[in-house]
Write a protein that binds this ligand. Structure first.
Ligand SMILES: [Zn+2]
Length: 480
């Protein structure tokens, strides 16, 4: 934890800069650009970095919207990760407490990445300025990471060696709670299965047709039977990305399905993907069609770093609760009223936010916003999601925290997230996260002992196994 005067000067500077960064977050919310198309969002962040004396490397890993901003020089190198991509079909009016698209079929920030990108940026810029003023050695980097949503932008950046000389990486995510939650999540592999058949009139010459759509349906049935025989905690989901057309009186000559295959370890995901591939071949055999598997993307499961997570938690304790007011709570209550009681209770259970560092207040279904700090138990839990932060955590010690931008009960990828994405409460949570990250970054920059401990834990957990990028070298970002 930084000493009191350093922490105060850092947080005072962050509060002074905050309005510019909440405005930037709101602009990114407005742009709501999809994976690998974040041209306006990345230009905005690059502009802010350059204005603040960062040099910026653009087009990292052959992605137009990936970039690295750098300030200072030499070791240590501290990285802050930023995301800024939105989701399709998530358009929603800000501040509304009912589903109300801003534009029909429009995009929206359904995961709060506008806040994530701007908050990490505020942390990086404020820490860089602080280190310059204090003549502290070291390099601060902001990683502009595109395509988190189904694009694994960071995995491509890791594959290109962009994190090779980083001493530690920090990030955060908007959430319905405040605190550190150490998680072991799932590795994920994403592939399209494209079937090719023979078109025919579906009544008078159906016997000449070979249906690619039948093949997709049979593959899905086969995989649904496979579920019983998968290792526990694996997850497989699919979406039919091409049903072959809208004419029921034509035998569909082409059809395509996207599969996400998740498992606790990448090796298990690869084995499961092979079995799913056999089911696809089986469906092709049954229907006399052909199938082609098109690898899309992948992310490795996270390697939690308890040393860094403890350092983050200590700073969260020192910084106190997020300064929400009565209006923030009133709006959160309106959002919370759109969830069932069970959903709210399930969220409290999922994030284990019942215990609290600052007060003995019981957090139950009537708590709308997390006003305290989740106790950190110093151990990792299972979480059934995936993130490309996982690949960063495989090449450098990495940790993240969560800040309470959303009403308790809110789940990512919902209209409620978009509705809360530019609220005063979300802004406060974002500024709070920036303070936590900047303070932890300062710890890392000034404590060789912390860096050593984080690295030692990382090396023990990697156990001498070299990181292997799950995305083959010939796969390009967002190539589908
Ligand atoms: Zn997200």
């Amino acid at each position: 934890m930084p000493d009191k005067s350093s922490l105060l000067s850092l947080t005072t500077a962050i509060d002074a800069m905050a309005p510019q960064f909440t405005a930037l977050s709101d602009q990114i919310w407005d742009f709501a650009e999809l994976k690998f198309d974040e041209h306006q969002s990345s230009a905005l962040i690059i502009g802010m970095l350059e204005q603040n004396g960062f040099s910026v490397l653009k087009g990292v890993a052959n992605m137009e919207t990936a970039f690295i901003g750098e300030f200072g020089s030499g070791k240590p190198v501290i990285a802050f990760l930023g995301e800024f991509d939105a989701l399709a079909g998530m358009s929603q009016v800000a501040g509304a407490d009912a589903p109300q698209p801003l534009t029909a079929d429009g995009t929206g920030h359904g995961c709060g990445h506008n806040l994530l990108g701007a908050g990490s940026l505020l942390a990086a810029i404020s820490l860089a300025k602080h280190m310059e003023a204090e003549s502290l050695p070291g390099t601060i980097r902001y990683y502009g990471c595109p395509g988190e949503e189904g694009g694994s932008g960071k995995t491509f950046m890791v594959r290109a060696g962009a994190f090779d000389n980083v001493d530690a990486a920090l990030t955060w995510h908007p959430a319905p709670f405040n605190g550190v939650r150490s998680t072991n999540n799932l590795a994920v592999l994403e592939s399209y299965y494209r079937f090719k058949g023979v078109a025919a009139h579906a009544a008078n010459s159906a016997h000449l047709g070979r249906s690619a759509l039948d093949a997709v349906e049979l593959m899905n049935v086969g995989v649904n039977f496979l579920r019983e025989h998968m290792p526990q905690d694996c997850r497989v989901h699919y979406a039919i990305t091409d049903a072959g057309g809208r004419a029921a009186n034509v035998v569909q000559a082409k059809a395509e399905v996207l599969y996400l295959i998740r498992a606790p370890e990448m090796a298990q995901a690869l084995t499961l993907a092979e079995r799913v591939g056999k089911v696809a071949q089986g469906a092709a055999t049954m229907t006399e069609t052909e199938v082609e598997a098109i690898f899309d993307t992948a992310s490795t499961n996270l390697l939690p770093n308890l040393t860094l997570e403890n350092a983050i938690h200590d700073n969260m304790v020192a910084l106190g609760p997020v300064p929400f007011d009565a209006d923030d709570i009133a709006f959160a209550k309106k959002i919370q009223a759109t969830f069932t009681d069970e959903a709210v209770k399930s969220s409290i259970r999922l994030y284990q936010i019942k215990s609290d560092v600052f007060s003995n207040d019981r957090i139950d279904g009537s708590t709308a916003l997390h006003l305290g700090l989740r106790a950190f138990e110093g151990q990792s839990h299972f979480r059934a999601g995936s993130t490309d932060v996982g690949d960063v955590s495989r090449v450098t010690p990495t940790a993240q925290c969560w800040a309470p931008a959303w009403a308790i009960g809110t789940n990512p990828h919902t209209w409620q997230v978009v509705a809360q994405g530019r609220s005063p409460a979300a802004h406060k949570a974002m500024v709070h996260a920036a303070k936590v990250l900047a303070a932890t970054g300062l710890d890392l920059a000034t404590s060789e002992e912390l860096r050593f401990q984080a690295r030692t834990e990382w090396e023990e957990k990697m156990d001498g196994q070299p990181y292997v990028c799950p995305i083959p070298m010939d796969v390009k970002p967002g190539q589908h």
